[in-house]
Design a protein around this ligand. Structure first.
Ligand code: PEP
Length: 253
């Protein structure tokens, strides 16, 4: 396959530093020999630096779950792109549906965050996805088109090379309802077509598109068998080494 599979675990607001270190040690051990899949974990902010230290010598990448677009200043409670780079982050998750739903994230703020992240050399996991009512109203493709165009506005082809898209239907996140491989593939193909239209054939072929939404060791293989699914963004099942490592080792399932 031309695109290296990429599995990332989004720990959300889970794990104290002590718990995060324990899970990191278990993952290092369980994934020691995995070479043909890129793996990232996204602990909460408080655990980033200790986890970075623990990951030294491992190929598991560190990711964070959000950032603010300004470089520094009077923005109480926010964290800047450079601060996150400094503590060892390679990736940042931007535009997760929980941020859109609970914290007022819009396509415009997502776009500002993406630009700020790429500017300091952080790679981006850019999340998009429709809600259940949007799907039921037949709006899935128009929502995806709006989110892709809005999130990537003003970015050039060179910058998009450092970006991964995560298609996460909101109705599948944390609900135990996974999109069928066919439902996911249909949207992934559409996302690639959008990239082709906005940028080029080559770029559309190279950008990795992850699926997210109740991914488990049981359903990962069927999803990864789809032509346009290049990996997964995993929530709940990334909180235990056993389930996350089985997802990463999907080829052996
Ligand atoms: C997520 O939040 O990115 C996610 C996919 O969660 P879950 O796997 O728990 O559905």
């Amino acid at each position: 396959m031309r695109r290296l599979p990429f599995i990332a675990g989004n720990w959300k607001m889970n794990k104290t530093v002590e718990e995060a270190l324990l899970l990191t040690r278990e993952l290092k051990e369980a994934l020691n020999e995995v070479k043909d899949v890129e793996v990232a974990i996204a602990p909460p902010f408080t655990a980033l630096y200790p986890v970075f230290q623990e990951l030294k010598g491992s190929s598991i990448r560190l990711a964070c779950q959000n950032l603010f677009w300004e470089e520094k200043g009077a923005y109480t409670g926010e964290v800047s792109p450079l601060m996150l780079k400094e503590v060892g982050c390679r990736y940042v998750i931007i535009g997760h549906s929980e941020r859109r739903q609970y914290f007022g994230e819009t396509d415009e703020t997502v776009n500002r965050r993406i630009k700020a992240a790429l500017k300091v050399g952080l790679k981006v996991i850019f999340c998009i996805g429709e809600t259940l009512s949007e799907r039921e109203n037949g709006e899935t493709f128009s929502v995806i088109e709006r989110q892709v165009k809005g999130g990537l506005q003003g970015l050039g082809e060179k910058e998009i090379e450092d970006l991964v898209i995560a298609y996460e239907p909101v109705w599948a996140i944390g609900t135990g309802k996974t999109a069928t491989p066919q439902q996911a593939q249909e949207v992934h193909r559409f996302i690639r077509a959008q990239l082709r239209q906005l940028f080029s054939d080559g770029l559309a072929e190279d950008v990795r598109v992850q699926y997210g939404g109740s991914v488990t060791p049981e359903n990962i293989k069927g999803l990864m068998a789809q032509e346009d699914i290049d990996g997964a963004l995993v929530g709940g099942a990334s909180l235990k080494a056993e389930s996350f490592s089985r997802i990463v080792r999907f080829r052996e399932m």
